[in-house]
Design a protein around this ligand. Sequence first.
Ligand SMILES: Cc1ncc(COP(=O)(O)O)c(C=O)c1O
Length: 380
Amino acid sequence: MRYESIAIHGGKSEDSGKDAVNYPIYLSSTFAQPSLDQFQEFAYSRGSNPTRSNVEKLAADLEGAKYGLALASGMAATSLVFGLLKQGDKVLINNNVYGGTWRYVSNIFADHGIEYEVVNDFNHYNFNDADSNVKMIFIETPSNPLLEITDIRKVSKEARKRNIVTVVDNTFLTSYFQKPLDLGADIVVYSATKYYAGHSDILAGLVLLNDDEHFTKLKFLQNTYGGILSPIDSFLLTRGIKTLSLRLAKHQKNALLVAQYFEKHPAVKDVYYPGLKSHKNHDIQRSQATGDGGVLSIRLNDGWDSKKFIANLKIFDLAVSLGGVESLICHPASMTHESYALELQEKIGIDSKLLRLAIGVEHEEDILEDISNALVKAKI
Ligand SMILES: Cc1ncc(COP(=O)(O)O)c(C=O)c1O
């Protein structure tokens, strides 16, 4: 089956035996054991629950992965994967990642004796310079919020030669547009809160991988840490996934139109969207992804006021998050990436002028009109 069909028919095949078209919600914390010496697949829902197993298999089917794990949020998924690290290990990470990931790296690693190094551009990184205790590379591509692109094939190949695990946060594209495992990465993490769930109603996280040993450890950690996705949220995530391809195609169509509009508008100084030919890594993006998603960032020129621009938008809510059907705008420096020290924000470009837009699936003319009107009112 192809992607769109797997999204609808993938997951676990057996259900309660009642032939429900939708996989049922098993609201049960515990499952009866037939006898003292007979153990079954489901015993206690922190370990596994049928509705969660269904969405875990569905996400794995879509990714072309052997294993999937569903967690209570994207950060629970990232934290789970960081649980593979031991004292003395080192992590290389790209310089703009989601603020929560940065909060973890910059606050928690040191307490556990784990080192990290921020890499400004993995595409030009000399892996021979990497310390021998580097055990993991963590990349977001496209990155949040600067939409920078990392060559997953190149990084994974160099990492593999050195026994380093490559982890890709693929939240901005999903497996519909990019499959990091096929490009050589070891583990993929998602904030499934975003495009997978798609309706800004639940928080969810996913971890997808092929390696048996890593899976055994991560499954153990999932049961031990306990940050699992509930049965109801597992159902809602499954429901969201059924329309993922339809939504993403529209998000991307709208985002490209908006990016092209911004590119030509005198009010706009910078536009970051990997689907634009002018994007510095457009070629790498084309070589590894079949689409570019619905998120873009901009800076307005002097003479236009960002605050007025935001205040005059009617369709866009000022809110963190992305990947829901509605258009949102946010100010990364104060709303999603406030965990970066001011100095670091300025250095890497998450400055006070940067605005991130998550383009929804509304009619493209309404989105463009809204932006156009707000820009007129933003003129100082
Ligand atoms: C790229 C990326 N990764 C991870 C996360 C964390 O996900 P969650 O909010 O579901 O914990 C986010 C949230 O915005 C994100 O944008």
